[in-house]
Design a protein around this ligand. Sequence first.
Ligand code: AMP
Ligand code: MG
Length: 416
Amino acid sequence: MKFRDVRMRGFEKRARLSAVLDWLDAHCASLPGESIPLAESAGRILAEEIVATSNIPAYRRSAMDGYAIAGEETTGASDYSPLTFRVVGESWPGSPFSGKLYSTQAVRIMTGAPVPEGADAVLPAEQASEAGDLVEFTGSVPPGKNVGAIGEDVREGTSVLPAGRRLRPQDVGLLASLGLAVVPVIRRPKVRMLITGNELAAVGQPIGESQIFDSNSPMLHSLIVRDSGELIEQLHLRDDRHLISEALQRPGADVLLVSGGSSVGAEDYAPSLLDELGELDFHGMAIRPASPTGVGRLGSAIVFLLPGNPVSCLCAYDLLAGRTIRQLGGRSPRLPYATREFVLSKKIVSSVGRLDYCRVCIDEERVFPVATSGASILSSTSRADGFVLVPEESEGYAVGTTVSVHLYDLPFDRPL
Ligand code: AMP
Ligand code: MG
């Protein structure tokens, strides 16, 4: 056993967040790629650069409903001196005019249809009036006007999207326009949750006296979804060493999240089990309120022992586990929150030597810490608009200090 058994003794020392993040960075490269159907690719991370294998459009296409003509033939046409052309055919999207145009000939053409040989411009229908097989033009267009050139959207051989791109809906459309039916994306990390605690009941189940509903698993599940992880299994376990040991050893996960029993209580089995079965690389962190957090490895999985207290659980997930899930899945390790600067209207108190995850409320352009903010007060995180991270070397911030707030909601989702 590398770690001293800390049960009922307390942590000897606590790891700095930066040390844990350095370790995590060294132990999680992004996962390999897989091919998935195009229709399922929005939000996924491209595993490879996409290079165009064709031109879009592949033919000169009309940008207007009107008449395909040789542009220079229309020079001088106006309301006062219209020019007359002969209509020799039609070009529709998907059903082009197959012949060639000669001078003063025109082809009726629709938007998106191929521009026939001999034509180099399209005169809009508004400047034309047809009678029989003749058409009179009351305006002129220079060569090239209203014609989309071959490759004007995407040129064959050019890079369309880089590896690592998180696919937007319009990217999916772009890949479809290149004819891609399957897309190479980075595999999503498989996550298993072990929710421990004798006192827990699942929502929808009857609750006994001195029991509480398990709020961590639905919260963690939502966070895993946000970070593009795939929850493969969720186990609810009593604080039983044997059960937790078995569950820890189940194969197939890239990330294991254990909720509860991560601290120094007599029933906190997960840390010593991880130490025995795999490696417990960190236990005890200089983070408030997530100090009883553990990080290690078991087989090929990275394991996070998250405190049961819901605020601590959220904080430990966000600062550590979420980062790893995003990183394994090829996403940016950065916190997925927009940040904005605000001036403090009440001081934030912290201690040198630990990082504080301080929940704050925003009032106009000012910000202040939430009043009741213990690790077990989950409602503090719902009342808060975001959080401020107070670094290890700081004792806190005085009134009037400008602080950077991580916003739980995107700025346009809330009336700031
Ligand atoms: P533990 O980390 O197991 O020592 O739990 C610390 C506190 O968090 C205790 O008050 C537990 O009842 C509570 N707790 C543990 N797990 C959960 C959970 N899944 N949902 C809500 N509260 C929990
Ligand atoms: Mg417990």
